[in-house]
Design a protein around this ligand. Structure first.
Ligand code: ATP
Length: 292
């Protein structure tokens, strides 16, 4: 049997770090939104006795180094279901190491897809448990929509969906190491924490202006992405309601009330940047597109 899934990217509408934990992880407060920018992940059961992973982007690890491979291994180990063989093919559209959770989205698609293919009946809670064995964004990607993610990303609460508008995402041509970003937080002399209570209240009251005013990412205080100023300038000149970095960067997004403004902003940004996407919010992290 064969299953193709859309593995949606994520944006952080708010990312604050409360503290470093003794185990080296961090206590986080993240408002996360799935978006329609996606990879396509195709799973096919076979009799090879092995897991194979291929990816359309040669810069992404193939085989065992791919997080999708690990997700399949964890799924069969944890469920104890019989394994005959599996091929995973990833059509990559989400830029990698960009703060958009591309690898996590692929891993989440494998968990959700195998749950369906194998009839495992894993609950959301089970998916969160398996996802947290793979990476801090995987539990969110397996569920998705608009969610509050706390602790190390494993304590998830659904939030009511918001009609945010059109999204423009720009990924400048540089990579940021997530580990280095957290180290910068750990050694920072001063941190300006974000208005988390205000953000939560604005979301619950569907106060879009309040949400837009509070969209922020604590990593912007420590991570220097020179292009960020230019990108934000272009987004704001085209009437973006807000402009912010996602994850540990370097991707920057703007939210637009008007689709025309979003398209105009994207056109202007494409003069200087290769990876510019216009997309929408998605109400799930993983969506099944084809089942044969
Ligand atoms: P996050 O926002 O969750 O921190 P990210 O968007 O910054 O993640 P990813 O795209 O997930 O970063 O890639 C991080 C690293 O994971 C890459 O450098 C890549 O080598 C590795 N990787 C493993 N599997 C994948 C995959 N399926 N897609 C992309 N990267 C992968």
């Amino acid at each position: 049997m064969k299953l193709t899934l859309r593995a949606n990217a994520k944006l952080n509408l708010m990312l604050d770090i409360l503290s470093a934990l003794p185990n080296g992880y961090h206590d986080l407060f993240m408002v996360m939104q799935s978006v329609s920018l996606h990879d396509l992940v195709t799973l096919e059961q076979n009799d090879s006795g092995a897991i194979t992973v291929t990816c359309s982007d040669p810069a992404v690890p193939q085989g065992e180094g791919n997080l999708a491979h690990k997700a399949a291994r964890v799924f069969f180990e944890e469920t104890g279901l019989p394994f005959t063989g599996l091929s995973i093919a990833i059509e990559k559209h989400i830029p990698q190491a960009a703060g958009l959770a591309g690898g996590s989205a692929d891993a989440a698609a494998v968990l959700v897809g195998l749950n369906r293919l194998c009839g495992a009946h894993l609950s959301d809670r089970d998916l969160i448990r398996l996802g947290s064995m793979l990476g801090s964004d995987v539990p969110f990607c397996a569920l998705g929509g608009l969610m509050l993610a706390q602790h190390t990303g494993t304590v998830l609460s659904y939030l009511p969906p918001l009609p945010l508008g059109k999204l423009v995402i720009v990924t400048p041509d540089c990579t940021v190491s997530t580990g280095a970003a957290y180290k910068a937080f750990d050694t920072a002399e001063r941190v300006r924490h974000l208005d988390k209570a205000g953000m939560f209240r604005s979301i619950m009251e569907a106060d879009l202006d309040g949400v837009f005013r509070r969209i922020d990412n604590v990593f912007e205080q420590f991570i220097d992405v020179p292009e960020r100023v230019v990108i934000k300038g272009v987004l704001r000149r085209h009437c973006a309601e807000c402009a912010c970095m996602s994850g540990s960067g370097p991707s920057v997004f703007g939210i637009f009330e008007s689709e025309d403004d979003a398209e105009e902003a994207a056109r202007a940004l494409r003069r200087n940047f290769k990876s510019v996407f216009v997309c929408d919010c998605a109400d799930r992290g993983v969506e099944i597109v084809d089942h044969q």
